[in-house]
Design a protein around this ligand. Structure first.
Ligand SMILES: NC(=O)C1=CN([C@@H]2O[C@H](COP(=O)(O)OP(=O)(O)OC[C@H]3O[C@@H](n4cnc5c(N)ncnc54)[C@H](O)[C@@H]3O)[C@@H](O)[C@H]2O)C=CC1
Ligand SMILES: O=C([O-])CC(=O)C(=O)O
Length: 263
């Protein structure tokens, strides 16, 4: 039986736990001090709930981060330094140059690797392959309803309560998007890292009162040809910012860790 460590235990982690494949159990949750007791009651006494990776009483087979940029900052290096690979969902954390350097240095010390999970978007495999032959241009547009932008800096850029038509409220690089919208622009960072880099792709963020889904659109051109991907993802019930597919991409990482055929 493989044992999983989860860093963060919010909406996404709860969904992942419901769908954990056979052959894997949750062994550890790394939580904030504030949420530790609540999570311990939720996951039961077979799971060790800790607030620092150093308190882990064993060796996890898989470490998954579902804790946002703050969680990556707090625990990412400690995981990698121990020689444990880290599966990251909060890819936007890598837009912070200092944090990225710290993680890569820790990975070098531990001879560990960082895995960027595709999250709420599809097509990362094709994009990363296309890059090998030369990409000319990549653009990404993210469209969500006003509710999904609540609690983000969009609130100070646009009046979400009165919006009547779809409106672009941010245009910039993936790095700018990921640093400004840590809970909403991880996909932008993932697409950028798989293609032309955090400063190499154009990102548009749109608020759309007519959509009920989290929409992600990639347009890419290169020696391989052209790629156009549109994904309309249903948000998670208990977090409208997060698409269900992002949680399912974490479940897939668990499946890959226990399957003979990795796909
Ligand atoms: N790559 C992708 O496609 C996507 C990535 N994400 C990322 O996934 C993260 C998690 O999503 P949700 O579960 O929906 O968010 P959430 O806000 O429901 O849960 C995040 C959890 O992490 C915990 N946390 C925060 N700082 C922590 C720390 N230092 N140590 C341990 N736990 C900590 C919080 O207490 C909270 O329970 C988002 O913050 C976002 O960064 C979200 C959607 C898509
Ligand atoms: O879940 C989504 O639709 C995408 C998201 O929040 C992100 O890119 O951070």
């Amino acid at each position: 039986m493989k044992r999983l460590m989860m860093i963060g235990f919010g909406a996404m982690a709860e969904e992942v736990l419901k769908l954990l494949p056979e052959g894997m159990v949750l062994g550890w949750v790394v939580a904030t001090e504030r949420s530790r007791d609540r999570i311990a009651r939720q996951v039961g006494n077979q799971v060790q709930v800790i607030t620092a990776v150093a308190a882990c009483d064993g060796r996890p087979d898989l470490v998954l981060e579902c804790a946002g940029q703050a969680g990556v900052r707090a625990h990412g290096a400690a995981v990698l330094q121990r020689g444990w690979d880290l599966m990251m969902i909060s890819i936007g954390a890598l837009a912070d140059r200092q944090l990225a350097d710290q993680l890569y240095a820790a990975a070098a010390i531990g001879k560990a690797r960082l895995h960027a999970l595709p999250g709420a978007i599809a097509g990362i495999d094709g994009l990363a392959a296309a890059r090998e032959g030369g990409l000319h241009q990549v653009t990404y547009t993210c469209r969500k309803n006003p509710q999904s932008w609540r609690g983000s800096p969009a609130e100070s850029m646009i009046d979400l309560a009165t919006i009547k038509q779809p409106q672009v409220f941010f245009e910039g690089t993936a790095r700018q998007a990921a640093l400004t919208f840590p809970a909403n622009a991880n996909v932008a960072a993932t697409i950028a890292l798989a293609s032309l880099g955090l400063d190499g792709i154009r990102v548009q963020l749109v608020v759309d009162p007519f959509t009920t889904t989290n929409q992600h659109q990639i347009e890419a051109y290169g020696r391989f040809g052209e790629m156009s991907i549109q994904l309309c993802g249903k948000p998670l019930d208990n977090n409208p910012k997060t698409s269900t597919l992002a949680a399912l991409s974490v479940v897939r990482a668990c499946r890959q860790s226990v399957s003979t055929l990795v796909i």
